[in-house]
Design a protein. Structure first.
Lengths: 345, 345
């Protein structure tokens, strides 16, 4: 497996480097994530070029009499999740989930005391854990995401997402969603769009909270997946999660999964990293009006600032491609009046 | 590959035996397939137990004040396609497409003259073609379903489905859809259901006509699929169809694909063969009100009569399972007042 290959959208480099930051334990906050769409549909956006580009596109494809009117059925918009709808620093949130699960499961696995990468991980020796390379990552993913039914996994994720806190903000991970993007989702849906998530994150991980947090139902969530097996247990059917990758929904895999799940080319796509470049290319190379947007993380004070050299959410080749394809690049610092529903970091 | 393995939902046995019946060339008819839902929502159903069971279920889960009211978001219904929404005799219609394609492509492949299974096939020697077993089938499928872009394939299917005729009725294949099932689709959608196809047929094959013929948009069509590759051609992105099976959406694969694509367990499922048994089991073993229905092909005069020993659409173990699980079994001869929109065979 080379440096660019990923598990559940987490690159090996990102995964290993993220070992450096394990979450602490802060206070509980309730989630409040609805967009204020009275009057101005995008109140958390400053009145800059990015906001104007979004509004101009939506009006162009939805206004009766517009020569570029797009039928409702074809108003498909796709959104990356990590770094586009919610934050992804200091590590992908699903990775924080996996590490929490290793710690929670350790008492049931006394053999982990002598077995890498678990032994090092549980002692806080991240360098030792990463010595196992891709094999180590595969073991962490399968130990925490397989060997249980889909229903059992949903409950585990639900329990985690409603209690685990981000190490720096002390907020629930599901509170660390971008208020301006919630407004875009609501604005598009209010204009007859279907809004899909197309993310490198795990499909069954995201579905647990996507409807409550983003208003996106399970059937509009597309992501990476492990294989499933249909089995009978005590005369009742179950779906077992197998320790085998089914699909990696990243880079060129995103247009492939869009084709498989949606079967139509989106007319608008939103991302923030090189992993989204192929999706934006696929979307904006179609005929008729098209819209591509990249969230550029430029605000170290209120959120995080990172791009070309980041191990998490690297934005390098896609940033170069933006002008060629005519994509809108959001400067988070200048374009967003507000970051999270609760404010900022 | 054993006898039960399938390609695009077509079992080896069915595929080989279907070689015996190649389509002839009849006249063109326009398609008219909308269900009459004024007053009685199911006018093509006789007033028998099957119709009553459908109506009772829909009222139970949708009537305000019903203790079993199901929220709209959870009103998911899944339908098999071959033998459930359209006919499948004397061979799966997608197989007729594949054989037509072999004949159409033959002039571009002079080497087929000396290459099995094509040589035998083109000479009408079906016994010779089947001598190659599963390898032969794989070659027929890949020669006709891969090596082109998704857009190119859609055009080929569109041209075929709007012109090719059924050998016995002389109707377009897309006219050989069941009027009673069109009414069920419309009735469910009128009651807040989402209606998905979950078929062993090829996902990109069905999507070409499912919206026009059944009112089911591409994102609600689930099926078998080949692998895709995202590539750049002359600076523009394309999706190439590769000669490799990605997913076989049959038997236990149906609940798996339901989980992958929809992410919710359906509350109602409709099928007609053993390939649908796992889907109906998965659906009807959930908690709360559930509905499973099997179309039993019992009408040799107006359609076809086949079940336990049929090479196409075998209905054997699922028929035995129906009473255990409480599924409704439609007796096509007694329950359906009308078969196709144009009448019957």
């Amino acid at each position: 497996m080379d440096e660019n290959k990923t598990f559940f959208g987490v690159s090996r480099r990102a995964l290993l480097s993220a070992f450096a930051a394990l979450p602490a334990l802060p206070v509980l906050f309730p989630v409040s994530a609805s967009a204020d769409i009275a009057g101005d549909p995008l109140p958390s956006w400053n009145d800059t070029a990015s906001k104007k580009a979004i509004v101009a596109f939506v009006e162009r494809v939805t206004k009766q009499g517009s020569p570029d009117l797009v039928p409702e059925a074809e108003r498909i918009a796709t959104f990356d999740n990590d770094g586009t709808l919610w934050a992804e620093q200091p590590m992908y949130f699903q990775l924080a989930f996996a590490l929490d699960r290793v710690r929670a499961l350790a008492p049931l696995h006394p053999e982990w005391k002598d077995k890498e990468p678990f032994a090092s991980l549980l002692e806080g020796d991240l360098k030792g854990a990463r010595a196992g390379g891709e094999g180590a990552i595969f073991q962490i993913v399968t130990a925490t995401h397989a060997g249980m039914t889909t229903v059992e996994f949903e409950k585990i994720v639900h329990d985690w997402i409603t209690t685990a806190k981000h190490p720096q903000t002390g907020k629930l991970y599901s509170e660390m969603i971008y208020q301006p993007m919630l407004e875009v989702l609501a604005y598009l849906r209010g204009n007859g769009f279907q809004t899909f998530i197309v993310s490198g994150g795990g499909i069954d991980f995201m579905r647990v909270f996507a409807e409550r947090v983003y208003g996106i139902p399970p059937e509009q969530v597309v992501g990476s997946s492990g294989k499933l097996d249909f089995e009978m247990r005590d005369g009742k059917p179950i779906l077992m999660k197998l320790p085998e990758l089914s699909f990696n929904d990243d880079k060129g895999g995103k247009p492939v999964q869009i084709q498989m799940h949606i079967g139509r080319r989106p007319i608008a796509s939103f991302g923030n990293s090189d992993g989204d470049q192929a999706m934006l290319e696929w979307t904006t190379s179609g005929s008729g009006p098209r819209f591509g947007l990249l969230v550029h993380h430029t605000d170290a004070a209120r959120e995080w600032a990172y791009d070309r050299k980041s191990a998490v959410g690297q934005l390098n080749t896609a940033l170069d491609a933006a002008s060629k394809w005519g994509w809108t690049v959001v400067d988070m610092k200048d374009d967003w009046q507000k970051i999270f529903p609760f404010g900022s970091k």
